[in-house]
Design a protein around this ligand. Structure first.
Ligand code: GLU
Length: 417
């Protein structure tokens, strides 16, 4: 039998099942949530620069749209497959419902290696993929966004292709666009910012003063570097950061602005003079108040969870903590801001982008950031209430909030008997 903790689809199903059982709602709810309502698998033919034809496999999963059109990113990665896309769309359902966004969960992707494609080939791939799924997406149906190895330029090509097919500019089709064609202020930094907002709020509830707290950040990509920068700006002591080549440690705290300038120049953290080198494993086990795993999945496992010394773990990555490790951290009293809240800042500002596109009015970055903070805070409160009511981890509590909301929507819509 397949190991549920390794297959993301089985893991997502298990989480929904537990939530349905704890809430005591009928099993029909689980039957509707255990698989996407709709799932598309498409061929994506791309003419290579040498004139040959390469055919890639593309996917789009629309998990549940009881609360509104489906929403979620598109990834271009060799590991993309049907089960992964389905699981990721289920996590999007949870994120959107938890944040109280009027959306269900979606996700898509193409199995490909962007490193071997030229810019022109990448553009053709992006356009062909959108053509292949154009009938099933739309601003009121399913709204894609960036994810692993996709960015605002790719979103621009995609919205252009869709607009050409429709014969009208349809900026509300996709989020994470460049600002000049309807992107939102604050979208690029939204995930890292949301992660810090949520974690700071939990720290406050636990009586930990955020300013002056000791912080370690694993991962220095879009989420980790922004989280480190904002922690630094808010007066936290960022004692360690890392990227895939290893980490940096400075007891007195790292000047993150200086480090960002160093990284821009050297394209790596390696060799930064004002800190000592540590490994990614050492970083995870440092005596800090707050640890942000913002790199890869399965970083905190049954092997190292008992050595984690942080009081709060703020998950920026998807699935950085295995289910076994979750149990160990819970028993140790370590609080985990789960990924479905921790990295939901991105989709929340995507929602703001879509609202701005639909209403043709645009907000300042301050306005976006303030609204983001309000949405994150409300989600945290709802999750915390479920945590106290049922005595479960914050992660399980997040699923309880989401499943309760989706169930209510499905019930009033008449989907349940
Ligand atoms: N790909 C991001 C996520 O997984 C953003 C999705 C969106 O903005 O729709 O949350």
């Amino acid at each position: 039998m397949a190991d549920a903790s390794l297959n993301p689809y089985l893991r997502a199903q298990q989480s929904f099942k537990e939530a349905v059982e704890v809430l005591g709602v009928e099993m029909a709810v689980y039957d509707l949530l255990k698989q996407p309502l709709r799932f598309f698998e498409v061929a994506v033919p791309v003419v290579r620069d040498d004139g040959s034809l390469a055919v890639f496999r593309g996917y789009r999963s629309q998990h549940n749209d009881a609360l509104g059109p489906t929403k979620g990113g598109l990834r271009f990665h060799p590991d993309v497959d049907a089960d992964e896309v389905k699981a990721l769309s289920m996590w999007m359902t949870v994120k959107c419902a938890l944040l109280n966004l009027p959306y269900g969960g979606g996700k898509g992707g193409v199995a490909c290696d962007v490193d071997v494609l030229s810019d022109r080939e990448l553009e053709r791939l992006s356009r062909e993929y959108i053509r292949a799924i154009s009938l099933v997406i739309g601003p009121d149906k399913d709204i894609p966004a960036p994810d692993v190895s996709t960015n605002s330029q790719i979103m621009a090509w995609m919205v252009d292709e869709y607009s050409r097919i429709r014969g009208e500019n349809t900026f509300g089709l996709i989020t994470g666009k460049p600002l000049i064609i309807g992107g939102s202020a604050g979208r690029v930094k939204a995930t890292g910012r949301g992660l810090v907002f949520a974690t700071r709020q939990l720290a406050h509830a636990l009586g930990i003063e955020f300013a002056g707290s000791r912080v370690a950040v694993q991962g220095f990509g879009n989420v980790g570097s922004v989280a480190a920068e904002i922690c630094f700006q808010l007066g936290a002591r960022v004692v360690a950061v890392s990227d895939k080549d290893g980490g940096l440690y400075a007891e007195e705290g790292i000047d993150v602005q200086k480090l960002l300038a160093f990284k821009r120049e050297h394209l790596s953290l390696k060799g930064y003079p004002e800190a000592e080198f540590i490994t990614n494993q050492q970083l995870l086990e440092l005596p800090v108040d707050i640890l942000f795993p913002a790199a890869l999945e399965n970083q905190i496992t049954a092997d190292n969870a008992h050595r984690i010394q942080a009081r709060i773990v703020g998950e920026g990555a998807n699935g950085p903590t295995t289910p076994e490790a979750d149990g160990i951290l819970f028993d140790k009293g370590v609080m985990v801001v789960p990924d479905v809240l921790g990295n939901a800042g991105g989709v929340t500002v995507s929602y703001f982008e879509w609202v701005q596109n639909q209403t043709r009015t645009y907000w300042s970055e301050d306005e976006v950031n303030q609204r983001l903070e309000t949405y994150m805070a409300k989600a945290m409160i709802a999750m915390h209430e479920m945590h106290e009511r049922f005595g479960v981890t914050l992660r399980k509590a997040a699923y309880l909030v989401a499943v309760a909301r989706i169930t209510e929507a499905m019930r009033v819509r008449g989907w349940l008997t």
